[in-house]
Ligand binder design. Sequence first.
Ligand SMILES: [Zn+2]
Ligand SMILES: [Zn+2]
Length: 341
Amino acid sequence: MRAVFFEAPGRLSVRDIAEPMPARGEIVIDVTAALTCGTDLKAFLRGHRLFRPPMPFGHEMAGRVAVVGEGVTKFRVGDRVTAANSAPCAACFFCKRGQTNLCEQLDRHLNWGAFAERAIVPAPIVERNTHAIPDALDDASAAAIEPLGCVVAGIDGAAIEPGDTVVVLGATGAIGLMFVQVLRSSGAAVIVAVGRSRDRLAMAKTLGADVTASSIDEAEESVRRVTNGRGADAVIEATGQVDVWEQAPRLARRGGTIVMFGGCPGGTRAALDTGRIHYDALTIRGVFHHTPSAIERSLALMQSGRVRIGPILGAEGRLDDVPGLLNRMARREIVKAVVRP
Ligand SMILES: [Zn+2]
Ligand SMILES: [Zn+2]
């Protein structure tokens, strides 16, 4: 079968490899839709700490169960399924305390190889993070459960109350556009979307943002206007840029929460306004990855139509098109693409 391999930063190949056979507890799926993601793009352009080439590439997928390993009772051949890229071990220190996003085994159980005719799903993922796709949901949308699961977990960290004013910094990326939609369904009253691209801010507005701004200064002005000068109840940082981390607290009200979702380059540090954090009792929350509960809720959000992935998918291609699609993402022509092996 054909599968895309990450050979080195800047270089992918399509290799002909043996059909995967499932071990006990595993399943093999015929991939019908795999999505490109910012992590893929980062690895493709510059390499990534989790990528040790050569290795199978792609991690957001949906498809039909083709082969079922011994002991699997949850799924049958022919079932439409979507699988997250990892699953917690359920046994380590963090899993036992319910902090499954920090599972000690997470790196070991990461699943790569979505850009392939067939993909294997490891047993812990089959067990805890693979779901049947509801009839009403198309495969390409269902393939987004992993990034959407991260967003749902991120919003858990923001503790949104009905009526809140929430700012999304980096609202014009795939993740930001998902944040806007999940916030819309979470009871937030006013969503301020901040990003550079005018076209994509228009998309954010279509997907549920009330106010858009193309800079932090502009956002601050808008937030003050809609909150009687108080500031936002919650601010979500989804750019992963140090200067934006540093400025994010400016937009929050006294007692507000700032959720640090965007991962900055390794080894970087941010300077924060200590006076504001202390005297205004700000909460700075780091969030990372997803949990099985967030993955389940992300599927429900898509099933109900409250989160739509279709408008974010700007292009479609085959396995040979993956480098081209990633280059189009790098040029900011598209937000995300679907690959149909
Ligand atoms: Zn992803
Ligand atoms: Zn664990």
